[in-house]
Ligand binder design. Sequence first.
Ligand code: OW4
Length: 399
Amino acid sequence: MAAIVLDDVNSDFDPFDARTRIDPYPAYARLRAAGPVLRLTKPGIWAVPRCDEVKAVFADHVNFSNAGGAGIANHFKNKPWRQPSIILEADPPLHTRTRKVLARIMSPGAMRRLEDQFKAKAATLVDGLVAKGSFDAIRELAEVFPLSVFPDALGIDFDGRENLLTYGAMVFAGFGPENDYFRNLMARAPTVLQWVTAKCQREALSPGSFGAQVYEAADTGEITQDEAPLLVRSFLSAGLDTTISGIGMALYNLARHPRQWAILAADPSLSRAAFDETLRFDSSAPYVFRTTPHETEIAGVRIGQHEKILLLLASANRDETRWERPDELDITRRVSGHLAFGTGIHGCVGQMVARLEAEAVLSALATRVASIEFTGDVAYRDSSGLRALSSMPVRVVPK
Ligand code: OW4
């Protein structure tokens, strides 16, 4: 343990301010220059903007807990709005048990079984959009595609699928401060939460699906019967809004870098790498929190007990000490090691599903489309937890 304890550095940066949300990157650069760990005075939390310290915190689940909440809410001090996730908002040994089940359900072999179906659905969808010529790349593609494949893989039927979008929005808005956006969503909570609970039950899940496999793990005693519906809930929480946002931001960033789109159109096999580079460049899940169970330190700065620590993943992904030309989107760079999915024991367990979905969409489009032109302004969603567009009007030029 370091013997020297440095003074903390204050910053008035507010990650939840709507004005910084559109282009937070200049502010992130200032934070990285200011120090390895900063006190954000407005929300009253700590922030970690550089790559090395983000990785160090991710590697240390003893000093930086998830049981205290992965959003700004402090579960060590206050009761959260929903029963905590038994994978995201849990520490070992509970987390170890639940993680193993989800990692197996979303294994590479499981991904291979889904691949043909995902690619066929993307091809049909994109064929229709290319025939139209002009469309909204968010509403008609980034939102439609995950909704057309993920609920099927999860195993739920068609009735009420739009509730998945509202629930995902609630979960991610719930990671930020209690603002009007969150309160407006929560006004719909009674019906949405009832629907979510119903879809997490064994009877609601089709045989062989991701959801049914969670119940199989309960039957063998790997998890308890009570834990099964809560673990299914993690698919509903984290499985749809995330991929919609990520695919949307990938389309946006490739469209506004026409030379990068041309490289992808010339070689659609770059689609998976291109998706990862857009995640590095403009992460759709830009941050995540940890909470200190006891006093500790980061880079020599003392952090008290029960403090919230904001890990600025989108900033770490632009860290000039880690990346060459960090502010350039370059789909041919070696992008592995970016932090948009986190890393360590809580690193995104669904990242292979996300990549499969994004690859299906991007390769279908890159195979057919020479260029993408904006026909109007994009609009950002008003979420404090996810970085996402709500609209992106485009025209595509077929090859
Ligand atoms: C990023 C995530 C996000 C939101 C909810 C959950 C997980 C959950 N992972 O497990 O409920």
